[in-house]
Design a protein around this ligand. Sequence first.
Ligand code: RNT
Ligand code: ZN
Length: 413
Amino acid sequence: MDTNKYYEFAKEMYSKVGVNTDTALDSLGKIKISIHCWQGDDVAGFLNKSDQLTGGIQVTGNYPGAAKTADQLRADISKALSLIPGNHKLNLHSIYADTTENIDLDLMEPKHFESWLNFAKEKNLGLDFNPTFFSHPKASDGFTLSSANKDIRAFWIEHGKRSRKIAEHFGRELGQTAINNIWIPDGFKDKPVDRLSPRERLCNSLGEILKEKYENMEDALESKLFGIGAESYTVGSHEFYAGYAVKNNTYLCLDSGHFHPTEMVSDKLSAVSLFVKGILLHVSRPVRWDSDHVVILDDELQEIANELIYNNLLTKTAIGLDFFDASINRVAAWVVGVRSTLKALLKAMLMPHTSLRKAEQEGDYTTRLALAEEMKTYPFGIVWDYYCHINNIPKDWLAEVKDYECRVLSKRR
Ligand code: RNT
Ligand code: ZN
């Protein structure tokens, strides 16, 4: 039997529980995942390369082949994209500026990202953006937008403003909204006396940055519980940004690694969706801490996908990935992460929502539980394989990555 025949068989099985696999695949094809450029070079970037990643985030591993130039990074992203079905977005950080000009973060302009914009046009990708508030001498004491030093704050405010202009440019040029996501590392290692003043300063700095109104971009704010070296207090906590986002009509970014270990982002989506303009997801995989492991098809990813699909939250949710693993082939890391995310979404779409919802409404929790469990062994893999097949994605994608490693990555030094 070939892929098509298998598919017909799976389609029939699903149709018996009221699920149309063709419709699911159509919907899946419309979902864009924002693929983070920083998996390809361990969050190093190209602008004024500092040899240290700071801000309390950490990449571990020394697998050979990290991209050293923008051209290499684009080649690696192209390879990954060729192994991922669908049309997606690329998520850039400002340190990925591709320019020979000697500029700092407070001087950056859209022109420094021209090569990326051309790449996006050529590959039919949308773009998203992030100002970089770390790995920089002016962030060396752990504070940026909430710094008590006025000059330091002014520098970072200017960087924030410039990032929004770049996102606006991307959005206008590509005809699709670009999200500019602000995450800052600001926090204290040990118990502060004054928890309020830094938050007041952050609030004021954001006010400055977000003053200008733009058409083609959206602002997102990313909260966090703690970082390495900032374990006791994070200025931009969840409550801070949730409040800010509601009051100021911005997107709220929820990173799945940024909460207490038993606190799940999946349960937050419906709640915040009622109050914020939009949600940006940073899909990550925390292992014991915010370790940013490669996203896999695990229970929490599935719960997140279920929430988005069951409640139709994709209309106001943007999905981005955020992980960085330097201990394995970096192209494979991207491919695994994006494919797993798509699989989770597909799996959610292949659930018999109507029957499950009806059972719940009627108080028949026995059926709700039993049916949901039965669905776990339905031939979802066949539907996924068919989707890859019709999108001309090679089944043995790993062989392609290994070949690329042999030909290209292993030759880099
Ligand atoms: C850090 C945040 C943030 C970064 C990227 C590189 O904990 O998750 O999103 O990972 O900006
Ligand atoms: Zn994140």
